[in-house]
Design a protein around this ligand. Structure first.
Ligand code: AMP
Ligand code: MG
Length: 337
């Protein structure tokens, strides 16, 4: 298939809307990561998303809307807590899970009777949704298993020749996927992201439980509440090890590594070692780290890194999302020292 790369301007947006209305797929920018979008209500279009990405069939998709009136037909009801969250964080990097209506095909929700919905902040993403007038299912626009795309070039790398259109709307400003909160039962954080647990609690005025899958591997045979948590995700091809120690301990470990060993370090630290390093923002600056992490993981693949020792981010607040992605990229291999 011939793929076009277009700017996310009026012309690109109209072309995207035309393709989406016809049941086709478009990679488009959002503030979290780039999304691979299709009409969420069209089963064959949604099936194509799974096929193109090589995404496991049991991993549900997030449905993207451009205004609140698009939410109602997708869910059974919108409880007051959901309104509070939407008022506080939409448009923005937060996804809300509620029982789904019959309108939403089971293919979109991967057989679940709930549906995840988000209103993105990126103006281009909302303009495309508005222009086609459809809720768009849009998982990250990468091949399943590779790090999520935060630029149009990352989508080109993974999806060229597989979809008709990639819209370039600049680099994703958040850089990791949305915060996913379930309002089925007590509010529960299923996946940390651009909105922190504290921010969610402040908006809701009640505690938010954190799914243990956020920071721990699933027990053998355990059924995850958030299916995406099951997979080694966001990962470079190299083995990655998360190192929880002070800088000196980290540098010793890195120096002792053999050929093909790389460091993933905070800005400035790359000058303290002769080993090759990539950086992912300043220490204790989780927003910077989120913005830079996935691009760094992709660069390790290009460089042919064999083993990556990574400096550990903070664990809580705004850093929880970064910590969660790094744990997964490292397949939970952590060295403490
Ligand atoms: P992605 O679009 O690749 O960022 O992945 C979306 C993730 O959101 C999935 O992997 C799930 O973990 C989560 N998710 C989506 N829909 C649901 C749902 N109905 N129930 C629970 N988790 C969901
Ligand atoms: Mg994904």
């Amino acid at each position: 298939m011939e793929t076009r790369l277009c700017r996310c301007d009026q012309e690109g947006i109209s072309e995207a809307a035309r393709i989406l209305r016809d049941g086709g797929l478009v990679a488009l920018p959002t503030e979290t990561v780039y999304g691979l979008a299709a009409n969420a209500l069209n089963e064959s279009a949604v099936r194509e998303i799974f096929a193109v990405k090589g995404r496991p069939q049991d991993n549900p998709l997030i449905v993207h809307i451009s205004d609140l009136s698009m939410w109602e037909p997708l869910v059974r009801e919108i409880p007051p807590q959901a309104i509070r969250l939407a008022r506080a964080f939409w448009p923005g990097p937060m996804t809300v899970i509620l029982p789904k209506s019959d309108l939403v095909p089971m293919t979109t929700t991967a057989g679940m009777d709930t549906v995840a919905v988000r209103m993105p902040l990126h103006e281009g993403a909302r303009a495309v949704i508005q222009a086609c007038g459809l809720p768009l299912a849009a998982p990250s626009a990468n091949l399943s298993g590779s790090p999520s795309p935060t630029s149009a070039q990352h989508c080109v790398k993974d999806l060229w020749g597989k979809i008709p259109l990639i819209l370039d709307g600049g680099e994703s400003s958040v850089g990791i996927e949305s915060t996913v909160i379930s309002l089925v039962g007590k509010p529960t954080l299923l996946r940390p992201g651009g909105i922190s647990p504290e921010q969610l609690e402040a908006a809701l005025g009640e505690p938010v439980a954190i799914s243990h899958a956020v920071t721990e591997p699933l027990a053998p045979g355990e059924r995850p509440t958030s299916p995406g948590m099951k997979y080694r995700h966001y990962a470079p091809k190299a083995r990655m090890v998360l190192v929880e120690s002070d800088l000196n301990g980290f540098l010793r470990l890195l120096e002792a590594g053999g050929e093909g060993t790389w460091g993933l370090v905070f800005d400035g630290e790359e000058r303290m070692t002769r080993r090759p390093c990539l950086t992912y923002g300043r220490e204790h600056h989780p927003e910077e780290q989120a913005r830079e992490l996935f691009a760094a993981l992709r660069t390790f693949d290009e460089k042919g890194a064999q083993l990556i020792y990574a400096r550990c981010p903070d664990h809580d607040g705004a850093a929880l999302g970064v910590y969660n992605r790094m744990l997964r990229a490292a397949a939970f291999e952590v060295i403490k020292g």
